[in-house]
Design a protein around this ligand. Sequence first.
Ligand code: GCB
Length: 599
Amino acid sequence: MKKILILAALLSASFSYGQRTEGLDPLIQNVYGREIQSLNGYWNYFADPLETGYYDYRRRPDPNGFFKDKQVDNVTTWKEYDFDLSPVMAVPGDWNTQVYQLFHYEGMVWMRHKFPAVREAGKRNYLYFGASNYLTHVFLNGEHVGDHEGGYTPFNFDVTDLLRDGENTLVVAVDNKRLPERVPTIICDWFNYGGVTRDVMLVSVPERFVESYTVRLKPGTVDTVEAFVRMNRKQAGQRVGLAIPELKIDLQGTTDADGIARFEKRARIGLWSPESPKLYAVEIASDDDRVEDEIGFRTIETRGREILLNGKPIFLRGISIHEEAAFRNGRIAKVEEDRTLLNWARELGCNYVRLAHYPHNEQMVREAERMGLLVWSEIPVYWTILWEREDVYANALNQLDEMIERDQNRCNVIIWSIANETPHGDARDRFLSSLAAYAREKDPTRLISMAMERNDKSPEVLSVQDNMNKYVDIISLNEYVGWYDGTNEKIDRVRWEIDYEKPVMISEFGGGAPYGRHGEATEIWTEEYQADLYRKTLRMIEERMPPVSGISPWVLKDFRSARRLLPQTQDGFNRKGVISDRGERKQAFYVLQDYYKTK
Ligand code: GCB
């Protein structure tokens, strides 16, 4: 018996090796504002479905795995992989749309990139990944640097001691298997793009540097800037400066024992809004370091059933967006692809975008901020997560933390969403209410929401009734009357009762139609049906719902999803876009655009 227990312990130890987030250093705020060397480019790769390069034949982590990038020096050296002879793919980029044979591949892929570096005395070097889906093992010059779990948030490692003067070899093993215990879990309605999907860079900072900062309006005021600057060294007495020249702010401070300096100053501040997306140049400096950013100031709060931006009620004219490039339909790899989607949202008349169902790339949020688009940002706690498991919670919490950490200075982000369409139950409530509490404590300046499901009072009295109502600031719901629930005529028959004295938003509604499919408005899958669904739903919102503070119909653009199998209609795409995957506007686009002109 004892033997069996030991064996079980050994087995679980070996299986769990490296399957957790490990070796990470605190995220560097605003990496794009630092001294960086891009490591993007064409990386050698090969797929390893049996994880031969990671585990030995007893499934023990192999200390001489493929990360050693063993060089064959004579004809007697044994090895069964060779990065030099392997093809290349672009980083950032998903492997599914770059390599035809890997279109549906879900598993481990090894990638190697060689780059030159110069070690400088007095500098620290960090390896930064904007995101990599899903589990990433990172190795530099043959040594294990760390691992990261989660496909949509950034992570970085201090590699100063491993970096070499001259050529360096970076090897990553990325694994995008779907597993029940992952976040998101096995079933979801978007494409599981694998790979190093966002920018990779080497960040060079002084030994003592500005690790992170928060610059915002002091809660409860519109005329006071408050800032917290955190140095990497947790030491008192380090000098830090904060300057916002346009506001005539130029302050000096010193850190406390936690390495944090605090600032507060009154000023005549022009507030950021969709109509006037004013950003101020901000400079933060320590004795050895200096970082610049562009930061805006606004307030966001709720009052009864209203959402107030800068103290005034606002209707959020939104659209939901997946981070998938238009026209080529792969994971977004450049800022121009972010802009295409955001410009379409503006053309619709939006002042707000729901970035579903995971944190989008940092440039997407920054571009939205410059354009005056408010943002809902979400973690992929989607559908049926394993609520009972502590490691699953820890993973979701880490993704939430990384999302907030990265975008804490983006004033356009007004909502942190902690989940989408989750099944009711005690375990879920514990899981989600703890996430909500964490988000609130980490960031008391934004609203918390989650996309809830309908829970009707009767067949014709629709409602949302969810225990989580207590923990969120906004009651958001996804509703599909006319699509998954009856046909469009039902939309005209129902009314709504929502009993919570909180703002209500419709985070999704919609229906599918391939662009160019025409027919009667009663014929499903036609543009006419989709447009009719929009017309009727918008009328229902105006006439038969309690006041709604915003909507983000599903969805801006048709997107790939392995769940969407209907030949000649879906062909692997969710067709609920108001714009097709090739950029054609469907009739529903114009219905929504007309509605937004009235709001
Ligand atoms: C939903 C989900 C979204 C799906 C959509 C659909 O409720 O939140 O991820 O893609 O419905 O098209 O079914």
